[in-house]
Design a protein around this ligand. Structure first.
Ligand SMILES: C[S@@+](CC[C@H](N)C(=O)[O-])C[C@H]1O[C@@H](n2cnc3c(N)ncnc32)[C@H](O)[C@@H]1O
Length: 247
């Protein structure tokens, strides 16, 4: 197990199953576990094709109980998934003691190919929104349809847009809170935490993606440092609240 501290980000190059029981309780978990569908991107790039993700041959529901145990009372969990595996993750969260609420529908603005003759083009993914206790949503009552363009694959095959995770973080945590992502990938949740003034702890099992996440975290801190004095980071990066019932 390797541990690196970059300012307010603590990241482990390790299996999250080893790390999760050792962590101090966190105020929010935002996670994007391996899809459980043996995903390999078919995007052609000039660089070498990224390999299949670790633990992606089936949904590893054993990740769920230690994630639920890692969050403080009255805290939220956001878990990204797809239609096919949605109910498996939903039941695993309930079995582990979490309350599962209305899912968030992420409109990626482009559809995947899939079965071009007999199926609809799928343009959305789902985010399970669950909690322990009754954490309040911090920014009014947001609606659950989020239109955010997908991030093209690059050195990591399945990066999520920073905007997507910033929205989870701003809705369900406060500045200075400690946020967890056990499946860091390219480091998107850590970047979203830096840009919103939260502390971060996370794990990535692949050393290739761990190194990528470390570089990205360092680059984000450099970019933030280079802002002009008096620049209001939170104002600049506060995303448009989309469709809040309370305006
Ligand atoms: C769907 S990707 C996450 C992508 C990430 N949200 C991003 O924006 O880049 C899942 C990641 O979990 C990692 N992973 C798989 N099993 C793991 C485990 N047991 N512990 C920690 N990381 C794991 C994979 O290597 C992969 O990078």
């Amino acid at each position: 197990m390797k541990k690196v501290q970059i300012r307010d980000c603590t990241i482990f190059n390790a299996d999250c199953m080893e790390v999760l029981p050792t962590l101090e309780p966190v105020s929010l978990c935002v996670c994007d576990p391996p899809y459980g569908c043996a995903f390999v991107s078919n995007m052609r790039t000039v660089s070498e094709q990224p390999p299949m993700l670790a633990n992606d041959e089936k949904p590893h529901l054993e990740f769920v109980p230690p994630i639920v145990r890692a969050v403080k009372p009255d805290s939220a969990i956001y878990l990204c998934t797809r239609f096919a595996e949605f109910s498996l993750w939903e039941n695993a969260l309930k079995d582990a003691g979490a309350t599962v609420k209305t899912p968030i529908v992420w409109d990626k603005t482009v559809h995947t190919m899939g079965d071009v003759y007999c199926d609809y083009g799928n343009q959305v993914e789902l985010i399970l929104f669950a909690h322990i206790g009754r954490p309040r949503l911090r920014r009014g009552r947001p609606l659950n349809l989020w239109t955010i363009p997908r991030e093209p694959s690059g050195p990591h095959p399945t990066p999520k847009p920073v905007e997507l995770f910033k929205r989870c973080i701003l809705n369900s945590s406060d500045p200075g809170d400690l946020i967890l992502d056990p499946f860091l990938g390219s480091g998107t949740t850590a970047v979203a935490c830096i840009l919103t003034g939260r502390r971060f702890v996370g794990c990535e099992i692949s050393s290739r993606y761990f190194d990528l996440a470390c570089e990205r975290i360092e680059r984000t801190y450099r970019e933030v440092d280079n802002r002009l004095p008096g620049f209001d980071l939170f104002q600049e990066y506060a995303p448009e609240q989309q469709g809040s019932l309370f305006g």
